[in-house]
Design a protein around this ligand. Sequence first.
Ligand code: ATP
Length: 443
Amino acid sequence: MNILVVDDEINIRKTLSICLETEGYRVVAVSNFEDALSEASRESFGIAFVDLRLGAADGLDLIPDLLATTPWIRIIVITAYATVESAVEAMKRGATDYLPKPFTPAQVKLAVRKALDMLALEQKIVSLKEDLGRSRPETDFSSSSLAMNRAVELARSAAPSDATLLLRGETGTGKSVLAKAIHSWSSRAARPFSVLSCPSLSPELLESELFGHVKGAFTGAVRDNPGRISACNGGTIFLDEIGDLPLSLQPKLLRFVQDKEYERVGDYVTRHADVRILAATSMDLEESVRQGRFREDLYYRLNVIQIEIPPLRERPDDAIALAEHLLLFFGRACHRSVSGFTDEVLHLFRSYRWPGNVRELRNVVERAVILCRGKRIGGEDLPDNLRPSQNPTVQIGDPVSLEQIEEAHIRRILAGTRSLQEAADILGIDQATLWRRRKQYGI
Ligand SMILES: Nc1ncnc2c1ncn2[C@@H]1O[C@H](COP(=O)(O)OP(=O)(O)OP(=O)(O)O)[C@@H](O)[C@H]1O
């Protein structure tokens, strides 16, 4: 945790620095308004102690400027001229606490603790909101597959280090949930975890989302954006489908991975942030390196430890165990008392290729729970593509939308091909487009 101290009295700067550093915080102490803003634009601070009288300047004016640069910062105002009015005004402008001079080390520590508790609570609320929004079944990593157990073991052993990890596996195998678990098993667990999906944004937006931008950097940049890296200081960023990171952005990410340094778009100030990078890919990254679409030096930096999640079709017992786990969750969520699957369904689950892996299984179980009218889920509750003997309901010329034709076609091609690259080649689209279609149709 970095703490900024802004006070024109050298003794206060020294005392506060000593007091906070003995508690293990990194402190940057400055004497004036300009230095405070310049430090805040260079580094990410969690807390700032701001004196209300900074020579001729008014510390109150610094509060909105600091918050504009670092929206999550907790500002504790300190002054020898404590009045109710100045305290109220400071709070109105966004300060979180008020410390009258002279103060004791115990008061300082208490104020910091309060600010940190509040920060932690806010982060927890954000992550709980995300979980609620997704209403996700609990992740279940138990497996009877040797390869899957090896992957989870490796993830657990590598979690406490700061090493960059590359998670590999087909779409829907659980790379994102494993990345989140790795973060929760690391010492960064109490700090933010952020996910950025590389194919989901244009190169320009991806750069500004990740590294931030300054006001006026491009059309539409109406205010400063600190970026995910800055907001995640002390935490972890998960870069999904890293193979789709545009070539133009790769040197910037490489520099950040190596030196933890970067610049916001439209800015020349070099910033530093302590963020662990986890990356994932469902592509053949080595092929992308050979074709010059992915930098070799970045590939090696990201690939310090590689964790391979096997596809679901290679672990049929897991498909059954996960299906039962998901059935419990969706049964409860949909208020249905469905007790299990018929033997026919269990057989289909074991033999099906699961091109969309756990994501597809999850969708299949959720749909079946909603449609099921009996006690157990039967073949009639499954989508047609799981029952190869059945005639597909969607055929060219049927009165259906183009989307339905597209979905059925993609499903059939995926079921008959050995790799995503092969499927993409047959469909005549690139892997990023195929990835977006699979997300769209839940395959
Ligand atoms: N072990 C698991 N237990 C429970 N649910 C899981 C598990 N693994 C994956 N899922 C569920 O499957 C879905 C897909 O998982 P996830 O998004 O992590 O896959 P992914 O490999 O990152 O996919 P993509 O490459 O498309 O981003 C999610 O809904 C997730 O909750």
